[in-house]
Design a protein around this ligand. Structure first.
Ligand code: C2E
Ligand code: MG
Ligand code: MG
Length: 670
């Protein structure tokens, strides 16, 4: 039995309710201090949770029904009340309230849940108007729950395709239309109320009511900007070189395929430029990878300034870069680009206080003449680059049909070169260096030869470039130094005129960290005094890294070893620039000497070099002296020394010894 309390005025009723413990209210609409439906309204305004049953007199049925609309749970007409009826009505109301409270609780729990998850949730009614959005959705769309309710879904949830920037259709419409869950398209970007964009991902689904009818839709989404950024970064990494950020091999082949099909369609040509830095390895070996890396980055930057936006500059790894010049009109366009690149990249680089100079070798292949597909074009540009190296580096070469055979030959040469040292296939010839005034032999230049097991006798030009490219030049050079020093000492022991032996040194040897220690060890082992050794270096080797060259030369000079600049005139350095190096002699390249008698400008150059060399107190030597006239020219200009077929070709050690012991000094210059 429920306890019942009676009050007679609205005021006292409100007081009692405020005191708590009331579960249901039986309200007579006609009280001493309030009458009619407003009695209910007043009560309701202070307490809306406790169920109210109104009591009306007969004749006020209309008012009783109105009370339901104003929030009452039920009404009773006073004439119809009996105890059983009353208690049933109250029980009903209480039970209904319990259910309502349960639902409210459930709803509250759902709202809390939806607000706690990381995903944004928006639901709509069947008309496509917003029925609900959770806190994350509020934040992501920029619309508050209260502002958004009742608004069309597409106003709150604006999405575009991040790539095409096209507006996307409402995924909810689609879900409702198809009556199934649909995923958002891959590049969906949500535009919030302020126009800010965020990448999103997720799905939309219809809401089905208990009767199985679609009564709205729900979309769940979340921010994937970070994940998408990571994905972009990863795909960028996969297609770009980590050091220079240039496209890598993978991306180049993609671009190549596209460019070939474009060129084919537009009846145009395209060119591949295979670029390899000359002697880059020495910079890495001598100055360290950090400086090497910085240099590669600068090279990459310069390359980018040499091409159009539509061209692709890629790095293949190491010191190799490949340029794709898309849609050129004629082959010579590629030649002009190559010339421009050669000029731009050979400007000095200042890296961590080192002044570095580099040159490059470029091979060019052109579509469609040199290949119809990317792979062939790449292979042929590589072969052409190899030939640019062979042709003295610092130049570009167009691919020619016979280059591949030559490249293969070079490769096979490299494998036999690896075995040549252990098989003792190398030997040295010596060419006398002659005093042009007295005819006395003042030195011998050691020149390497290779007795190849199948190809016969090979000269340096045929294998030194391969040895340099493969790095084999370092052990080979060590062998030459050792053999030349041993021979010089043995001539001295035999009582022959002690003369210095000159040894040619490649850049890789000179820059190798063990170079100086190697020389010391060889001198100690062979017992040759340092003053009987002369080292020949070309200008290119010295100016590659001036600081390092200077340091090394000073050390060599301090040991008492002589230094000569070989092939002088073929490099790009001026004599004044070379004068900063502690050198003893200059060897004028044979290409100048060859035409001194017939070519006025060669004659002028040689005369000037002799004059300047004398002024700088350098010994000047002329290479490739073949005729009496040349000799006379050089003698007249006070050239100190000469070397060439006119005096003697390079000969073996025994022949050299015989030449020294039998020659009276004037014989050679007459
Ligand atoms: P190089 O140091 O300028 O040597 C002189 C070259 O001129 C030698 O060629 C010699 O045979 C050749 N020659 C001598 N007299 C005359 C002449 O009157 N007319 C003409 N046209 N040529 C003459 P070789 O022996 O074929 O050597 C070529 C180059 O290979 C050398 O040029 C040198 O740079 C390099 N080389 C030779 N031996 C070695 C070596 O042991 N180590 C290194 N790193 N390079 C070497
Ligand atoms: Mg030489
Ligand atoms: Mg020379």
């Amino acid at each position: 039995m429920l306890p019942v309390e009676w009050v007679t005025s609205l005021r006292s009723g409100i007081d009692r309710i405020s005191a708590g413990g009331i579960r249901a209210i039986l309200l007579n609409l006609y009280l001493s201090d309030s009458q009619g439906i407003q009695t209910l309204d007043k009560l309701f305004s202070i307490e809306s949770h406790i169920p109210i049953i109104t009591l009306s007199d007969i004749g006020h049925e209309e008012e009783a029904r109105l009370s339901i609309l104003h929030g009452a749970q039920d009404y009773l007409i006073s004439t119809h009340i009996d105890i059983a009826y009353l208690s049933r009505a109250i029980r009903n109301v209480l039970e209904r309230n319990l259910v309502k409270e349960d639902r409210l609780l459930e709803r509250e729990r759902a709202v809390v849940t939806l607000n706690s998850i990381g995903d944004a949730v928006i639901s709509t009614n069947i008309d496509g108007n917003i029925a609900y959005l959770n806190k994350v959705a509020e934040r992501m769309t920029g619309w508050s729950h209260t502002e958004a309710i009742g608004q069309p879904f597409t106003r709150i949830f604006r999405i575009i395709d991040g790539v095409t920037r096209q507006e996307l259709p409402s995924p909810l419409d689609m879900a409702i239309e198809k009556n199934m869950t649909v995923g958002l398209s891959r590049n969906t970007v949500l535009i919030d109320r302020d126009g800010a964009e965020v990448s999103i991902e997720d799905s939309a689904a219809p809401i089905i009511d208990l009767a199985g009818r679609i009564c709205g839709g729900v979309i769940v989404f979340h921010d994937v900007s970070e994940a998408r950024a990571i994905m972009h970064k990863m795909s960028h990494l996969a297609q770009h070189d980590y050091l220079t950020d240039l496209p890598n091999r993978l991306m180049l082949s993609d671009r190549l395929v596209q460019s070939i099909s474009l060129a084919r369609r537009h009846n145009k040509k395209l060119a591949l430029l295979f670029i390899d830095l000359d002697h880059f390895k020495h910079i890495n070996d001598s100055l360290g990878h950090l400086i090497g890396d910085k240099l590669l980055k600068s090279v990459a930057q310069r390359l980018l300034t040499c091409v159009r936006d539509s061209d692709t500059v890629s790095r293949q790894g190491g010191d190799e870069f490949i340029l794709l010049l898309s849609e050129i009109d004629q082959d010579s366009d590629a030649g002009s680009s190559a010339a421009k690149i050669l000029a731009s990249l050979s400007e000095p680089y200042c890296i961590d206080e080192h002044n570095l100079n580099i040159t490059l070798s470029i091979g060019i292949s052109v579509f469609p003449g040199d290949g119809e597909d990317g792979e062939t074009l790449l292979k042929n540009s590589d072969a052409a680059m190899y030939h640019a190296k062979e042709s003295g580096r610092n130049n570009f070469q167009f691919f020619k049909k016979d280059m591949n055979e030559l490249t293969i030959e070079m490769q096979s040469l490299e494998s036999s070169l690896r075995l040549a040292l252990s098989r003792k296939e190398f030997f040295l010839h010596y060419q006398p260096i002659v005093n042009l005034q007295t005819g006395a032999i003042t030195g011998a230049e050691a020149l390497i030869r290779w007795r190849h097991p199948t190809r016969g006798l090979l000269y340096p030009k045929q294998f030194i470039p391969v040895a340099e490219k493969s790095g084999l030049i370092v052990p080979i050079g060590q062998w030459v130094l050792h053999e030349a020093c041993r021979q010089a000492k043995s001539w001295q022991n035999a009582g022959l005129l002690p003369t210095p032996v000159a040894v040619n040194i490649s850049a890789a040897e000179f820059r190798s960290p063990d170079f100086i220690a190697g020389i010391r060890a060889i001198l100690a082992e062979t017992g040759l005094e340092p003053r009987y050794l002369e080292i020949e270096l070309t200008e290119g080797v010295l100016v590659q890294d001036v600081e390092l060259s200077l340091a090394r030369l000073r050390e060599i000079r301090t040991m008492g070893i002589h230094l000569a600049i070989d092939d002088f005139g073929t490099g790009y350095s001026s004599l004044s620039r070379l004068s900063q190096f502690p050198i003893d002699s200059l060897k004028i390249d044979q290409s100048f000497v060859h035409d001194i008698v017939s070519d006025v400008s060669d004659a002028a150059i040689v005369s000037a070099v002799i004059g300047m060399g004398n002024n700088l107190k350098l010994r000047v030597s002329a290479e490739g002296v073949e005729t009496k006239k040349q000799l006379a020219f050089l003698q007249a200009r006070q050239c100190d020394e000469g070397q060439g077929l006119y005096f003697s070709p390079p000969i073996d050690a025994d022949a050299f010894a015989r030449l020294c012991s039998t020659t009276n000094s004037a014989y050679l210059i007459n």
